[in-house]
Write a protein that binds this ligand. Structure first.
Ligand code: MG
Ligand code: ZN
Length: 439
């Protein structure tokens, strides 16, 4: 542990940016769990089959390098808390840490530095806004699941006597409106506009503001709002544009790429990638009209060991994935409610089953239906079986329900983007951004 602390200190000092003029505004985007198989998979998923070439995606267009993601221990594999702490504070910590070091002492985040420099600040996520990634930009906690304490920090950790985040958009009102404390009232008292109805996102037209649109997280893009992150991104850039006299810093997270990866649900993952890609396009568009802005996109780690092609077969079938219309858990629910199993299966997946597969699926549905309401194992098995059929038909591979240590892509665009070229440690991405914010 001591060795890696010294190593990260050396990395930090070696990345000081000399003679590069800082951008005025910084847009930082994190695809949670978005390893290179996700960006490559999305390219094939989006390919126009009527042309011979595989078209580039926004991820290919803006690609500049790769980042290492290991946490500050000997496990090599990071979680989202240690990953986000590295990406927000330039310091490696332990898995579970929310912007605290290995001694559990608070680390100053780039958002807090931005606020102290007078920049307008914002956090946007499709998870609860106090989930590990956004939390590591504005809260300090020894453990990522202390959701109430993390939400409290959004009010209690003040910068020069002011709240640190001028705009918060995401889910999670159950952590903010509680019996012991009503943080939403406290935000209102501090002058914030509050909105909980996602259909009224566009009515948030001044800062400071907080939008908490779900009790916890948004539903998956594939099941409900396919454009919720890109819609929030658009509203965020319009609000920040009106508040950019001293520049702005915003972190937007594609939170649930990771969750689809944990679930080993490839159609779910591609729908999350599509929402994230559209949000990145909005950010790029903002940079095109505001060239004093820097856009940096990366991931905290990869999830699921996603593999495009599996079982020795040289193929990956994106047409199968495109035919899947819901997450594995929603498909399983629909099957349990259906009186015509095969037609519901066709409707939700467009995957043709042979006789044995159809019989096995029907049996699993009956077992799940007959399960007592206080039990879930047969229902869980049905969900897993549905996802296995989709993975099999598309020839998608998965090696784990957790994270992996593979390097992740770095994309950069706009003023200062060249600084992010090559192979970086995740702490170097943060230290370069912090150096810009401090200028
Ligand atoms: Mg996250
Ligand atoms: Zn994860």
């Amino acid at each position: 542990m001591k060795k890696s602390l010294i190593a990260s200190a050396v990395l930090f000092s070696s990345t000081a940016i000399a003679n590069v003029e800082a951008p005025k505004n910084i847009i930082y985007m994190i695809g949670d769990g978005m390893g290179p198989a996700y960006t490559a998979g999305y390219r094939y998923y989006m390919d126009d089959p009527s042309t011979k070439v595989v078209e580039k995606t926004i991820f290919d267009e803006l690609f500049v390098g790769m980042a290492r993601t290991s946490p500050d221990d000997d496990t090599v594999v990071t979680d989202s808390a240690a990953g986000a702490t590295a990406l927000s504070t330039a310091t490696k910590s332990y898995n579970g840490a929310i912007a605290v070091d290995t001694d559990k002492k608070p680390l100053t985040t780039m958002l807090q530095i931005a606020k102290s420099k007078g920049l307008t600040t914002a956090l946007v996520a499709t998870s609860q806004i106090n989930h590990a990634t956004p939390a590591s930009f504005a809260a300090h906690n020894e453990y990522r699941r202390n959701y109430n304490e993390i939400a409290d920090d959004y009010i209690d950790v003040k910068i020069n006597g002011k709240l640190a985040v001028d705009l918060l958009l995401g889910g999670g009102y159950k952590y903010f409106i509680r019996e012991d404390r009503d943080l939403v009232s406290e935000f209102k008292q501090a002058g914030y506009h509050y909105e909980s109805d996602f259909d009224k996102l566009n009515t948030i037209n001044s800062l400071p503001a907080i939008g908490l649109f779900k009790e916890t997280a948004f539903a998956y893009a594939i099941d409900q709002y396919p454009t919720r992150l890109s819609d929030m991104a658009e509203q965020t850039f319009s609000l920040l544009d009106k508040n950019k006299e001293n520049g702005f810093f915003v972190m937007l997270e594609g939170s649930q790429i990771d969750w689809c990866g944990h679930a080993n649900d490839v159609a779910c993952a591609m729908a999350e990638m599509d929402d994230f890609a559209n949000a990145i396009k909005k950010a790029k568009h903002y940079v095109d009209s505001n060239p004093d802005t820097l856009l940096v996109v990366t991931a905290d780690h990869s999830t699921g060991g996603l593999t495009l092609g599996a079982n020795g077969d040289y193929s990956w079938h994106t047409n199968v994935i495109k035919g899947v219309k819901a997450s594995g858990s929603k498909i399983a629910k629909a099957l349990m409610k259906s009186d015509n199993l095969l037609s519901t299966w066709q409707d939700k997946t467009a995957i043709t089953l042979d006789k044995d597969q159809a019989e096995l699926l029907a049996n699993k549905v009956i077992t799940a239906k007959n399960e007592k309401s206080d039990e879930t194992s047969a229902k869980k098995q049905l969900v897993e079986h549905v996802k296995m059929l989709i993975s099999k038909a598309s020839n998608t591979g998965w090696t784990t329900s957790g994270h992996t240590a593979i390097d992740v892509p770095i994309l950069a665009y706009g003023k200062g983007a060249d600084e992010f070229r090559g192979h970086l440690d995740n702490t170097e991405i943060a230290s370069k951004l912090i150096n810009f914010i401090k200028q």
